[in-house]
Design a protein around this ligand. Structure first.
Ligand SMILES: Cc1cc2nc3c(=O)[nH]c(=O)nc-3n(C[C@H](O)[C@H](O)[C@H](O)COP(=O)(O)OP(=O)(O)OC[C@H]3O[C@@H](n4cnc5c(N)ncnc54)[C@H](O)[C@@H]3O)c2cc1C
Length: 302
């Protein structure tokens, strides 16, 4: 279960105690505040706090005294200009603080994004819950034959059953031993900070994660991408929805120029120019390696 009834009632109480403020609020984000968005089998993302909205980006860009906006359409145009020209600091004026529950192996990928502030649940101090990520059968896939860092078709039949059984049994056995080792009934009981080391990487951890919008968009560009591992991608996709509701203009610009856009090398650009002139350009006469050509064709053919 993602949340216990006690945790849910704490969240409900937080949502029920409204306060008034002079600060800018984003209506779309107010809807998300404190609610838990389920991800994977036991995980979630919860918005704990945020600062700023689309107007905060343009205000900072204009170093304005007031709201800094002449018309909403000007705001959108300016945000698109900033995104297009990599003028990124105005996006850093918006911040978000999240509570995330995620498997440890996903956390290891996530923590590589250093430009954020993190506080993780302490397994030295507290006892971890018996909660493990077990992939749904359609996500239990074979090693990819074309990409060393990816997966191919879903496993099937006896192999799928056996793998799922191993994942469940190994996790349960490791947790049983964890519980037994930390128990002080009839023994001294091993320290939590040591007992945790036999737990598998699919156990869930939790953290508070605070980041500014510029670095969040960088995270989303890498982790909501089709090449990112499924288990972190689903968190990034859930976050994309939150960001869309929070700063709709910035998110639209991000979709256009970053997620949906592409960067071409000078050689690739030269090939496009030759193609536009009607020249037949092939990998052999492009000056690109086979891999680069394949990626280039992926970009221009869609
Ligand atoms: C598909 C994919 C596969 C990956 N595979 C691997 C892998 O096999 N092995 C592996 O180790 N990692 C891997 N990574 C992680 C990757 O190398 C980055 O560590 C991760 O994506 C975080 O990116 P970042 O450093 O740009 O982000 P952040 O840490 O948030 O940094 C944002 C930006 O700030 C700047 N910055 C931050 N800290 C510093 C610093 N100390 N010095 C200089 N500039 C800094 C950089 O410009 C950086 O781009 C993979 C990531 C992806 C998306």
């Amino acid at each position: 279960m993602t949340l216990t009834p006690e945790q849910q009632s704490e969240i409900d109480a937080q949502r029920a105690s409204g306060t008034t403020t002079l600060r800018a609020t984003a209506p779309g984000m107010e809807q998300h505040l404190y609610t838990a968005i389920p991800v994977l089998d036991h995980g979630f993302i919860r918005v704990i706090d945020y600062m700023g909205d689309d107007a905060a980006i343009t205000q900072a860009a204009r170093v304005s005294y007031g709201k800094g906006t002449k018309a909403v359409s000007n705001d959108e145009g300016l945000i698109r200009y900033l995104m297009r020209h990599w003028h990124s600091t105005p996006f850093e004026m918006c911040e978000i603080k999240l509570h995330v529950k995620l498997p440890v192996f996903v956390a290891r990928q996530w923590i590589r994004h250093r430009t954020a502030n993190v506080n993780e649940y302490s397994a030295r101090y507290s006892i971890l819950d018996r909660e493990f990520y077990i992939p749904a059968p359609e996500h239990l896939a074979a090693q990819s034959v074309v990409n060393n860092q990816g997966r191919g078709e879903a496993l099937s039949g006896e192999e799928a059953d056996r793998v799922l059984r191993y994942l469940r049994d190994d996790a349960m056995r490791a947790y049983d031993h964890y519980e037994e080792m930390i128990s002080d009934v009839g023994q001294q009981g091993l320290a939590r900070e040591l007992a945790r080391m036999n737990l598998p990487a699919n156990i869930y951890t939790q953290w508070y994660w605070k980041v500014d919008l510029h670095n969040l968009l960088h995270f989303l560009r890498l982790r909501a991408d089709a090449h990112a591992q499924y288990e972190i991608r689903v968190y990034a996709e859930a976050l994309c929805e939150v960001v869309r509701d929070w700063v709709p203009f910035a998110y639209k610009a991000f979709e256009d120029y970053r997620m949906g856009g592409a960067t071409l090398s000078s050689g690739a650009l030269e090939c496009v120019r030759r193609m536009l002139k009607g020249e037949e350009v092939t990998q052999e006469n492009s000056g690109m390696s086979k891999g680069e050509w394949r990626e280039f064709m992926g970009v221009i053919e869609g």
